[in-house]
Design a protein around this ligand. Sequence first.
Ligand code: SF4
Ligand code: SF4
Ligand code: SF4
Length: 163
Amino acid sequence: MSVDPSRRSLLFGRKPAAQSPVVFRPPWAIAQFIEHCTRCNACVEACPTQIIVRGDGGFPELDFTRGECSFCGECRTACQSPALSAAQTWQQTIRISERCLAGQGVECRVCGESCDARAIRFILQPGRVAQPQLDSEACTGCGACIAPCPSQAIAMIQTGKTA
Ligand code: SF4
Ligand code: SF4
Ligand code: SF4
């Protein structure tokens, strides 16, 4: 009889392997970021919105609960290594979870009001409060909608290039 690996872990007291959390780097991070970043901290100090923090191993990562990326380029300018030299900015967008207040019948349009790119529209539906709908093509991945959400329903997700 074969035993499912996660069940086997329970049976034999071993923890299933933990999934590492997705880490978001500054917008121009190259694919081989870890190999090139010297952990000098210059991007952390340069970011005017202070969303770059020292993460695991001292490598910079973004914390969108602190604010948004304005794509000002200060981090790229400050970086003396090739770590932030990608030709294009990142590919990421947001996901709205079931924690969304509108989904629970409570009128809320905070995320839409936070989005300069107008990537979140509210669609009226019969018998329900207006529901948020994301236009992922219009979303820049700036993260401006994440911190203001009163129910922490919004998370960033990667759609392409990994940093
Ligand atoms: S582009 Fe500007 S706002 Fe965005 S992470 Fe870099 S320094 Fe911060
Ligand atoms: S400025 Fe460049 S090398 Fe320095 S920590 Fe930031 S990404 Fe790494
Ligand atoms: S991440 Fe930025 S562009 Fe995308 S929906 Fe949120 S506020 Fe709008």
